[in-house]
Write a protein that binds this ligand. Structure first.
Ligand code: GLA
Ligand code: ZN
Length: 660
């Protein structure tokens, strides 16, 4: 399968007479694949058991005659009104026990057996019908699984499944009572039947119950995916299955979901990420989203929806500037996308997403966006074939954990503390210094990396503890942070020993005291320079660790904020606070400078995909103005005309001989 470019297409939104014009324009642009059908259940089953696949057959056929293959989504992200009318109980329930209603999308409970029966009937017919079609190359189950279901569903069916999940995990109610700490506030249970979803209470939640709920919910979505993927694989063992993931979205553990996919996909909307970016870190949010997706299976991936132009539902983003669409698409490629599917083909004339605009505007007349994407496809096809499957071979990694995220979500300590934001303080500093970084699961092999950053290892267990210990002992450089080893995996505080628990000897220190920075800024002094730190301060008592930087205010003034400890053949840093950008930049210079691919002005990133004998470097200017970038000797221009200064939103590609 040799496919680099595509668009998301909704032929059902347009008159059949227009389809051929679309197909011609797509072909001229360079489109090789479309994704279709993920929201068209009613169109395909207007009445129970009366299937109408003819229109989609026709679209697939027509597109194929222009050399365009199809990926089909099962349309289960939007059940038709006739199903809801008959079975209103499948609508999801919020923590207050209120139903959410028809009129948007995702209006279904994922555990409900009645809904599952509808899905089963439909997906069987759908898979059976399209499986033999050679122009259908792969599937997507539903759409963005987990989207809109953040705190849903707490219906009776989900509660029942939750109880079963708990019974399987704990075996006996006594064990659950012990591990949930139900002696607190008289929360003990006599049997599993008494357990509810963590619905709205009068006050407070049990953190252990809540953590299990989030895990259960993630498992349910993974199982829901398997429920459909089994049917698809039964009819079409030769076709692949992917899922359009959403970067740092946390509802589903993507490492787990990834196990049921041939490859991961992602929906990349940089203008949504950009609103969070500081000028010196332009491009970093998008980069982080891409790197986590590459990490889900530790392999290259597809972009199933790449932003084309202005987007929004009610309010809209800025229109991407000339060159910016190309830049954003190349950023996806630079971080590991082998295929870019642009969302959507044509701006929709009706519905919620009228202003989530497409390659072709409402009028149907191709303009700047079409030309720019066409230019992107025509220019980069050969390059993308060459780099297909190539990974960056990062020497630095950040450990990403849904479990830790869930626990921090439940108790963020500081009102502004967020797991991903904290992790991104490290990511952005690495990004700014052009250090390629993998975002990996804590189940992953650490030994490949020279530098391993493991933020907020809040819940610790003996196995993970041993992994970190071995990694450092064998020569790795590990960064651990504030709130390491606070709890066990049941979300119960370690009451056997001081913080940071079992890894105290690896970092060579203890934490007997800490402070939450509410309406408070604390200074950190490092080599005579002062920085600000944020949200939290561990008060560190070193054993064998040495101070790298010290607090310069508050009652813990003069005590270490950041330390380093030599352990075995490696060393372990401990960062007792959340670093602000300047401090994080200084820190990454200290721990990772030699891993940098080169220095660039702010907002210009360099990233890499590594072949057996050739490295490919991508230099991306996220700034709206020209930039001078020093290109290392030995790098060859991949394209002609890559002269300095780089244009605003410019993308340059270089290669370098490596190995042998
Ligand atoms: C998501 C979905 C699409 C569409 C876009 C724009 O990425 O997968 O169906 O809704 O957002 O809102
Ligand atoms: Zn439910």
């Amino acid at each position: 399968m040799n496919i680099q470019f595509g668009v998301d297409y909704y032929p059902e939104h347009w008159p059949v007479q227009r389809w051929e014009t679309d197909a011609k324009l797509m072909q001229a642009m360079g489109v090789q694949v479309v994704r279709m059908a993920e929201f068209s259940w009613f169109k395909m089953e207007p009445e129970e058991g009366k299937f109408n696949f003819a229109w989609l057959d026709q679209a697939i056929e027509l597109l194929a005659s222009y050399g365009i293959k199809s990926v089909l989504g099962t349309p289960t992200a939007a059940a038709p009104a006739w199903i809801i009318e008959r079975n209103p109980e499948i609508q999801p329930t919020d923590p207050q026990g209120r139903r959410r209603h028809f009129g948007g999308r995702h209006h279904n409970c994922q555990s409900n057996e009645v809904y599952r029966a509808h899905v089963k009937r439909f997906v069987n017919a759908f898979a059976e019908h399209f499986a033999p079609n050679p122009n259908v190359i792969g599937w997507q189950v539903g759409n963005e699984l987990g989207n809109s279901h953040n705190e849903l569903c707490m219906c009776e069916s989900c509660e029942k499944r939750f109880r079963e999940w708990l019974e399987k995990k704990y075996g006996t109610i006594e064990e659950l009572n012990r591990r949930w700490g139900t002696d607190f506030w008289s929360q003990g249970y006599q049997n599993f039947a008494q357990i509810q979803a963590p619905k709205l209470t009068v006050t407070g939640v049990n953190p252990s119950q809540m953590l299990d709920w989030k895990r259960f919910h993630s498992d349910l979505i993974v199982e829901y995916h398997q429920f459909q993927s089994k049917i698809l694989r039964h009819y079409a063992p030769d076709k692949w299955i992917t899922q359009n993931m959403m970067g740092f979205a946390e509802t589903v553990d993507y490492f787990e979901l990834g196990k049921d996919l041939e490859f991961s996909s992602h929906d990349q909307y940089p203008s949504m990420n950009m609103v969070r970016e500081k000028p010196q870190y332009l491009g970093s949010e998008g980069a982080g989203q891409l790197d986590i997706i590459r990490g889900t299976k530790e392999q290259t991936f597809w972009i199933m929806e790449q932003q084309t132009t202005l987007n929004g539902w009610y309010e809209v983003s800025r229109r991407p500037r000339p060159g910016q669409i190309h830049l954003w698409a190349m950023q996806s490629v630079a971080h590991g996308a082998d295929t870019i599917v642009f969302f959507r083909w044509r701006s929709c004339a009706f519905g919620t997403e009228q202003y989530w605009e497409g390659v072709i505007p409402h009028s149907g007349i191709p303009g700047r966006v079409y030309d720019e994407i066409k230019g992107f496809m025509h220019k980069n096809g050969t390059l993308m074939q060459e780099i297909k499957g190539l990974m960056p071979q990062s020497e630095a990694a950040i450990v990403f954990s849904y479990d830790q995220e869930y626990a921090i979500d439940i108790q963020p300590h500081h009102p502004d503390m967020k797991y991903v934001d904290h992790l991104m303080t490290y990511y952005r500093a690495l990004y700014r210094q052009n250090i390629p970084v993998d975002l990996i699961s804590d189940q992953s092999d650490f030994s490949r990396y020279k530098l391993l950053v493991a933020p907020l290892q809040y819940m610790m267990d003996p196995v993970l503890e041993e992994k970190y210990r071995t990694y450092v002992k064998n020569g790795g450089t590990l960064v651990l942070t504030m709130r390491t080893g606070v709890k066990d995996r049941d979300n119960i505080c370690d009451s056997e020993r001081p913080l940071p628990g079992g890894l105290a000897d690896v970092v060579g220190l203890k934490v007997y005291d800490y402070d939450c920075l509410r309406q408070l800024q604390v200074k950190v002094a490092w080599d005579g320079k002062e920085y600000i730190c944020d949200k939290w301060c561990d008060v560190i008592t070193p054993d064998t660790a040495e101070a790298v930087a010290c607090y310069a205010s508050e009652y813990y003034k003069g005590t270490p904020a950041i330390t380093v400890n030599v352990y075995g053949d490696g060393k372990a840093y401990y960062v007792g606070t959340e670093m602000t950008p300047d401090l994080a930049d200084r820190f990454i210079t200290e721990v990772g400078a030699e891993l940098s691919l080169g220095e660039t002005p702010d907002g210009v990133e360099i990233t890499r995909r590594m072949g057996a004998d050739k490295a490919y470097y991508f230099v991306l200017n996220h700034n709206g103005k020209e930039q001078m970038v020093n290109i290392p000797e030995g790098w060859q221009s991949y394209y002609e005309g890559q002269t300095m200064p780089m244009p605003a939103y410019g993308v340059y590609v270089y290669t370098e001989k490596v190995g042998k």
